[in-house]
Design a protein around this ligand. Structure first.
Ligand code: ADP
Length: 358
C-alpha cells in the first residue's frame, strides 16, 4: 500500500526541480495504516505549499484503503549558512541581507506594548555591545520615532548607497512614521504594506548590523507575508499581556507566522506585575503568569516578564528607552533579549529528521 502511494506521489512534480516528489527527495516518509495515509513532506522555509498539499491529498485518496490523509511537514534548515540559501528570492535577489540576525516583534492586537518591547529589546542588545537596527513596520501606529526621540524626522533621504536610516543612541532606525504625518494615519492596503516593507528591507543602507528588530503591525498577515517573501528571518517574538483576551490574540499572531514557516522564538509577558514607584512592591493588576503557562502549553520558549511601571510609560515619551540604562526594568529587558538570542540560536539548528518506517 505504501509502495502504491509512493508511486502515486512520485507522479506529482516537485515545484522546484520538476522531478517527482520521491525522486526529488521531498518525501521523508510514506505510510498507510488503518485507513490513514501519513506523508512526511520536506518543506523549505517560506515555501508556499497549499497547492502541493492539495495534490498530495488527492493522490493519496486514489489509493483504495485510504480514508484519511495526514501530511506532516518538516522544515529543512541546513546547518550554518542555511538561511542564506533560502534568502534570495524575488526582489531581494540582488540585495544583501539587511542584518546577520533578523527578528520580528509582533502582537495579535494593538496596545499590549509591542513597540515598547521592540524598542527596549533593541536598546538592551545595543547596551550589551551589539550593533542594532530597528525597522518600524507598524504602519497603523508607528511609535518607534517617539520611543527613540526621532519625532522630528520627516521623510527619508536616499543616496547612492540606499535609504539612510536615522540614528538614535547608536541604533539605526527606519520607520513608516517618517513618511506619514502624526495623527494622520494612512490607510494602507495589503500590497502597499508589502511594497513598503520590501523596499525598506532591501533598499536601506543598514550597515551590516548584528541584529535587525522589526516592529510588526498588529494583527495583519500582509506584513508577515512581505517579510517572508523578502528575507529569511530568524524568528518572531510575540508580546502579550497576561489577560486571556490578549493571549487569544497572541495565538492568532503565532498562527500567522506559522503560515510562513517563521520560527516562534518565544512569548514575552508585558505589563506583568505593577511595580509601585514608591515602595517597589509588586501587584498583579492584570493577573500574572498566564503567558508562561500559554508558552508551555503550546511548546514555545517563554522569554520573560516585563513589569508595568510608571517609569516605562513616562520614559516612552522622553526618546530614550529604559533598557539603555540601569535598573530592574532594564534588567528584565536584558534577560529577555538574551533569551531571545538563545532561542534564535536554537532555531537555526537543523530540524530533526522525522523517519517513518512502513
Ligand atoms: P503597541 O505597540 O502594542 O500598540 P505601545 O508599545 O505603543 O503598544 O504601548 C502602548 C502604551 O502602553 C504606551 O503608552 C506605552 O508607554 C505603555 N506601556 C507599554 N508597556 C508598558 C509597561 N510595561 N509599563 C507601563 N506602560 C507601558
Amino acid at each position: 500500500m505504501s509502495d502504491e502511494l509512493t508511486a502515486k506521489l512520485d507522479r506529482i512534480p516537485d515545484p522546484k526541480t520538476g522531478k517527482g516528489l520521491q525522486a526529488a527527495g521531498r518525501l521523508d516518509g510514506v505510510a498507510v495504516r488503518n485507513g490513514v495515509a501519513t506523508i512526511v513532506l520536506k518543506v523549505e522555509p517560506d515555501e508556499a505549499i497549499d497547492r502541493l498539499k492539495a495534490d498530495i491529498e488527492s493522490a493519496a485518496r486514489e489509493v483504495d484503503e485510504v480514508d484519511r490523509v495526514q501530511i506532516i511537514t518538516t522544515l529543512q534548515r541546513p546547518a550554518g549558512g542555511g538561511r542564506d540559501k533560502a534568502a534570495p528570492r524575488q526582489a531581494s535577489a540582488a540585495a544583501p541581507r539587511p542584518a546577520r540576525q533578523i527578528i520580528a516583534v509582533a502582537a495579535g492586537k494593538g496596545g499590549v506594548g509591542k513597540s515598547t518591547v521592540a524598542a527596549n529589546l533593541a536598546a538592551a542588545l545595543a547596551k550589551a555591545g551589539q550593533r542594532v537596527a530597528v525597522l518600524d513596520a507598524d504602519i497603523h501606529g508607528p511609535s518607534i520615532p517617539r520611543l527613540f526621540g526621532l519625532r522630528d524626522i520627516k521623510g527619508l533621504r536616499k543616496t547612492d548607497t540606499g535609504i539612510e536610516p536615522a540614528d538614535a543612541h547608536g541604533v539605526r532606525v527606519v520607520s513608516m512614521g517618517f513618511l506619514t504625518k502624526p495623527g494622520q494615519p494612512v490607510v494602507w492596503r495589503g500590497p502597499m504594506i508589502q511594497g513598503a516593507i520590501q523596499q525598506f528591507l532591501n533598499e536601506t543602507y543598514w550597515g551590516d548590523p548584528d541584529v535587525l528588530i522589526i516592529d510588526m503591525p498588529p494583527g495583519t498577515g500582509d506584513a508577515q507575508l512581505a517579510i517572508a517573501q523578502t528575507v529569511s528571518i530568524d524568528g518572531a517574538v510575540i508580546a502579550c499581556t497576561p489577560q486571556d483576551l490578549a493571549l487569544d490574540d497572541a495565538r492568532k499572531a503565532i498562527a500567522m507566522f506559522e503560515k510562513t514557516h517563521t520560527p516562534i522564538l518565544g512569548l514575552i509577558e508585558n505589563m506583568s506585575v505593577f511595580l509601585c514607584p514608591h515602595c517597589g512592591e509588586p501587584s498583579e493588576i492584570f493577573g500574572h503568569g498566564g503567558t508562561r503557562a500559554e508558552a508551555e502549553a503550546i511548546g514555545v520558549p517563554f522569554l520573560g516578564e516585563i513589569p508595568l511601571t510608571i517609569e516605562l510609560r513616562e520614559r516612552s515619551d522622553t526618546g530614550r528607552p529604559v533598557a539603555f540604562d540601569d535598573g530592574p526594568v532594564a534588567d528584565a529587558f536584558a534577560r529577555a533579549a538574551m533569551a531571545m538570542l538563545d532561542s534564535a540560536r536554537e532555531a537555526r539548528k537543523p530540524a530533526p529528521e522525522i523517519v517513518f518506517s512502513s
